[in-house]
Write a protein that binds this ligand. Structure first.
Ligand code: ADP
Ligand code: MG
Length: 320
């Protein structure tokens, strides 16, 4: 930020420092206040880096949701991306474009939400950039993480015959504002990485049909055969269905922002984890990866049909 509001910006950054930790968090050599932060990622493994931007009117509505909820979500979606690599989130920086008329209160609310989510996962907020303008709130978080000793789980490793799982019920995340309260599956991903060495993994941000579709494409153009009755349906999807007439199954397949993990596991390991499910993680078996491209559903009566990815695509104009 520059010009006449510079004073306000310094006060704000002072406030952010004051409400921050008294002692530097683990791995933070130099935190907020200098030109760069200095951090110490683990010496083993690799650094994970991810960034996600949220925009008023697209990913939230500031007037309805409030700045704190936006901050909570902005940090959560990034932590969820690190979880999807079976990584450990460590350090975050945040860039904000604040609506000028309500800049300071918005920044403070946002920061509270960012911090509340970051604290839950022991993520240190080590810096940021603060701007104000006559446009809507935009917030972008960049997160650094460590790979776990069990290795990173990319999207690209699925093979025909691998079993497809998700870690929780899906659909209807917009209905009661659950999309604002992601539950990043960090612990679950680490448990799964150790117990099941996922061949591919992704977090469900765009919707199962799209996100599983990403695994299938990245894994070389594969398909999946899913058991329709096995798709776990969130109660919000059932309630939303009553309001909008779209079936609970369609909500579960195509709604986004559940932030559960979708993973594929090679058959012997899948049999092992199903026989003795690891504690601390829900595992729903949806079906198997197939060589023939596309996602097909099978009903209990044997009827099968293909589904198209209908999840959110910003550049395709997608659903809101
Ligand atoms: P510079 O001009 O060198 O980029 P700034 O004046 O933008 O530095 O920021 C001063 C310090 O405050 C930096 O350490 C920066 O990382 C931190 N900072 C700025 N905005 C935020 C924010 N919204 N949240 C956390 N840290 C911030
Ligand atoms: Mg500088």
């Amino acid at each position: 930020m520059s010009g006449e509001r510079r004073g306000g910006e310094f006060e704000l950054i002072d406030w952010i420092r004051r409400v921050g930790p008294a002692e530097p968090p683990d791995g933070v050599i130099l935190g907020i206040g200098d030109d760069c932060a200095i951090v110490d990622l683990s010496s083993e493994g690799f650094a994970l880096v991810t960034t996600d931007m949220l925009m008023d009117g697209r990913h939230f509505r500031l007037a309805d949701d409030g700045a704190e909820a936006v901050g909570y979500k902005a940090m959560g979606v990034n932590i969820s991306d690190v979880a999807a690599m079976a990584g450990v989130p460590r350090f975050a920086v945040v860039a904000v474009a604040l609506p000028r008329a309500i800049a300071v209160e918005t920044a403070q609310g946002l920061h509270k939400g960012l911090k509340r989510m970051a604290d839950r996962f022991e993520v240190a907020l080590v810096g940021g950039d603060t701007n104000a303008w006559d446009g809507p709130l935009v917030v972008s978080v960049t997160l650094l993480g460590d790979t776990s000793p069990f290795g990173a789980a990319p999207r690209s490793g699925a093979k025909p015959g691998d079993v497809v799982f998700v870690t929780g019920p899906l659909g209807g995340s917009l209905f009661r504002g659950r999309h604002l309260r992601p539950e990043p599956r960090v612990k679950e991903a680490l448990i799964l990485a150790e117990a099941a060495s996922p061949s591919a993994m992704i977090d469900l941000s765009d919707g199962l049909s799209s996100d599983l579709g990403h695994i299938l494409v990245e894994s070389g153009g594969l398909g999946a055969e899913l058991d329709a009755d096995a798709i776990p349906i969130h109660p919000d999807a059932v309630d939303q269905s009553q309001a909008d007439g779209i079936s609970p199954l369609d909500h579960a397949l195509h709604d986004g922002e559940d932030f559960e993990l979708c993973l594929t596991v090679e058959p012997e390991l899948a049999a092992k984890v199903m026989a003795s499910p690891p504690a601390g993680v829900q595992l729903h078996r949806l079906g198997v990866i197939a060589a023939e491209p596309g996602i097909r559903l099978r009903a209990a009566d044997g009827r099968t049909w293909a589904i198209e990815p209908k999840g959110f695509d910003h550049l395709a104009g997608g659903n809101p």
